[in-house]
Ligand binder design. Structure first.
Ligand code: GTP
Ligand code: MG
Length: 518
C-alpha cells in the first residue's frame, strides 16, 4: 500500500444516509458537520499548505484589523497552569472501524479505574446477556441509548472522564459505523489526541483498511489528522483472537503505519499498543499474558495516554470561547452556556464581551465536569453562568471574548477549500450551508478566484468556471448572516469551515481573509 494506491481510493464514497447526527445536533456545533465523503490525505496536506501559505499580495483586504491585538498581554493567572493542583485536561477521541472494540475498551478502562460500581457492572452484564449481547456488557457503559444497545453499535459520541497521573482525560467514544461519521466528526473536532482502535483479528483488520469496501480505520485516521490531531495511540485490539501473535501485530503496524504516514502523522507521534479490551490485557497494567510478555515490554494503554504530550494552550491570545450550547441549570442560572475555551482565559467576576451582539456580561459561575471553579484556560471544556445582559443575545454560534479584543464579525470571506467527493460540480452561485465553529449559516459562492495546484498549493488557474472532486481552490463566499470568525492563521478553531449542500459535506476549508467586517 502506498500513496499511489491511495489515489485510487478517491472513488470510495460513502452511503449517503449520514444525516442522522446533523439534524439532531441542530445548529449548535461545528461538530455537526457531516462528511459522507472519503477524505484523502490530500485534504490534510492541503490544509497544512493552507495554513502556511501567505496571503495573496495583489488584492487589498478591506478589513479593519482589531487595532490593539498586539497590545494584548495575558494576565498572570492565565499562565500559572503548571503549578495548579488541578490536572491538565486532554480531550481524547476514541475512533476506529465499526466493532473494533472502542466502547468495550472505554468501558473496561472506566471499570478498571473503579468508575463503574460493581452493582452497575453487574446490571450491564445481566441486561446484555438477557438481550443476547453478553459480549457487549462493557460497551454498555458507553452505549446508553436503547437503539445503540439493540443494534450493538455506538451512534452518538459518549463522553466520560477519568484521571491519570498527569491528565484529566475527557474520553470521547466515537461511533465506528459509516452511517454515523458526522457524529464521529463531533468527537474529532474537540480532540487533542486520539486513540485509534483497530481489530487485529484476521479479516477484521483488513475490513477496517477497506479491502472489501470502505474502511473507517482509514477514514477516521484521515479525518482526525485533518482536524489537527497530531498525536495518536494505535490500540491494536483483540490480540486474544490472534494468540497475541507478534507477527500479526507487526503486520498491522507496518500496513497501517504506511497509511498513517501518508496522512501526515509522524512516526514519533504514534504509539502502538497491543492489547485485548475484552481480556483486560495491557490496558491498565503491563502485559501479563505470557504470549504477549514474550515479545512486548512497552507501555500499557494507560501509561501511553499519560505519556502523550500536553495539548497546546493558547493563552497568549485574548479570550475566545465559542458558545456550543445555551443551557439553563440550577447551579449556573438561567443565562448559561457551555463550550471549549479556544484562546485566553476566563475568571469568575470578570467582564466578558458576548458576540455578535456586543453585550457586556459578568461571569457569575464557571463549572468544569459539574463542579464549580474560579477560572478556566484555553483547552478547557466548561459551562458558564452569566449575568447582566439580555438573555436573548446569548446564542449558540456566538463567541465570548475579552471586552477589549472582540472577535471579527463578518459576512464575506475568502476561503481556501478542498472539494470532497461530489457528484455535481460546484459552480459560482452555489447555495450552501457554511459551518464554522458552532455556527451554521446559509451562504452562496460568489467567486472562484483560482484553482490551486495540489502539490505546491500555488494558483494554477485563475477564475475557473467550476470545481470538481478533489480540487483545491481559493473562493469568495457571501453569508446570509454575519458570523464570528478569525482567520485560520490567527486561530484555527475559529477559522476552519465546512461547506454542506443537500445534506452532504461538499468541501472543507479555512478562512484566509475576512473581506468585510461589521
Ligand atoms: P461501534 O461503536 O459500533 O463502532 O463498535 P465498537 O468499536 O465500540 O465495538 P464494541 O466495543 O461495541 O465491541 C464490538 C464487539 O467486539 C463486542 O462483541 C465486543 O465484545 C468485542 N470485543 C471488543 N474488544 C474485544 C477484545 O479485546 N477481544 C475480543 N475477542 N472481542 C472484543
Ligand atoms: Mg462503540
Amino acid at each position: 500500500m502506498d500513496s499511489g494506491i491511495l489515489q485510487t481510493e478517491k472513488d470510495t464514497s460513502m452511503d449517503p444516509s449520514t444525516s442522522a447526527g446533523v439534524d439532531k445536533l441542530g445548529g449548535t456545533s461545528s461538530s455537526v458537520l457531516s462528511s459522507n465523503q472519503h477524505v484523502t490525505p490530500i485534504l490534510d496536506h492541503e490544509l497544512q499548505h493552507l495554513s502556511l501559505e501567505s496571503k495573496p499580495k495583489s488584492s487589498k483586504p478591506k478589513i479593519k484589523k482589531p487595532a490593539s491585538i498586539s497590545e494584548y498581554k495575558p494576565e498572570p493567572w492565565m499562565l500559572q497552569s503548571d503549578d495548579q493542583e488541578i490536572r491538565r485536561q486532554i480531550n481524547l477521541a476514541v475512533v476506529g472501524h465499526v466493532d473494533s472494540g472502542k466502547s468495550t475498551l472505554c468501558g473496561r478502562l472506566l471499570h478498571a479505574l473503579g468508575l463503574i460500581s460493581k452493582k452497575q457492572m453487574h446490571k450491564y452484564e445481566k441486561e446484555a446477556k438477557e438481550k443476547g449481547k453478553g459480549s457487549f456488557a462493557y460497551a454498555w457503559a458507553m452505549d446508553e441509548g436503547p437503539d445503540e444497545r439493540e443494534r450493538g453499535i455506538t451512534m452518538t459520541v459518549a463522553v466520560k472522564y477519568f484521571d491519570t497521573e498527569k491528565y484529566h482525560v475527557v474520553l470521547l467514544d466515537s461511533p465506528g459505523h459509516k452511517d454515523f461519521v458526522p457524529n464521529m466528526i463531533s468527537g474529532a473536532t474537540q480532540a487533542d489526541a486520539a486513540v485509534l482502535v483497530v481489530d487485529a483479528s484476521i479479516g477484521s483488520f483488513e475490513a477496517g483498511m477497506g479491502v472489501n469496501g470502505i474502511g473507517q480505520t482509514k477514514e477516521h485516521s484521515q479525518l482526525i489528522r485533518s482536524f489537527g490531531v497530531e498525536n495518536l495511540i494505535v490500540a491494536v485490539n483483540k490480540m486474544d483472537m490472534v494468540e497475541y501473535s507478534k507477527d500479526r501485530f507487526n503486520f498491522v503496524k507496518s500496513q497501517l503505519g504506511i497509511f498513517l504516514r501518508s496522512c501526515g502523522f509522524k512516526d514519533s507521534s504514534i504509539t502502538w499498543v497491543p492489547l485485548s479490551a475484552m481480556a483486560n490485557e495491557n490496558l491498565m497494567t503491563t502485559a501479563s499474558d505470557s504470549r504477549l510478555l514474550s515479545w512486548y515490554n512497552g507501555n500499557c494503554l494507560l501509561k501511553s495516554i499519560d505519556s502523550l504530550p500536553p495539548p497546546q494552550r493558547d493563552v497568549s491570545r485574548p479570550l475566545r470561547l465559542p458558545i456550543c450550547d445555551v443551557i439553563a441549570s440550577i447551579t449556573l442560572g438561567q443565562m448559561a452556556f457551555c463550550g471549549k475555551v479556544e484562546a485566553g482565559g476566563i475568571r469568575t467576576g470578570s467582564k466578558v464581551l458576548v458576540m455578535p451582539s456586543g453585550d457586556l456580561a459578568t461571569v457569575k459561575t464557571i463549572e468544569r465536569d459539574s463542579s464549580s471553579c474560579n477560572l478556566a484556560r484555553a483547552g478547557d471544556n466548561i459551562a458558564v453562568g452569566l449575568q447582566g445582559m439580555d438573555p436573548s443575545h446569548l446564542v449558540s454560534g456566538g463567541v465570548i471574548c475579552h471586552p477589549d479584543f472582540p472577535v471579527h464579525v463578518a459576512s464575506r470571506l475568502e476561503l481556501k477549500i478542498l472539494v470532497l467527493e461530489i457528484t455535481t460540480p460546484i459552480l459560482v452561485g452555489l447555495q450552501f450551508e457554511l459551518h464554522i465553529h458552532h455556527a451554521r449559516v446559509s451562504a452562496s459562492l460568489v467567486k472562484i478566484l483560482s484553482l490551486l495546484d495540489q502539490k505546491t498549493g500555488k494558483a494554477s488557474k485563475k477564475m475557473p468556471r467550476l470545481l470538481t472532486t478533489r480540487q483545491a481552490a481559493v473562493v469568495e463566499v457571501k453569508l446570509d448572516k454575519e458570523v464570528c470568525v478569525e482567520e485560520f492563521s490567527a486561530l484555527k478553531a475559529l477559522g476552519r469551515v465546512f461547506l454542506r449542500s443537500r445534506g452532504n459535506t461538499v468541501a472543507v476549508g479555512i478562512v484566509t481573509r475576512i473581506l468585510d467586517e461589521a
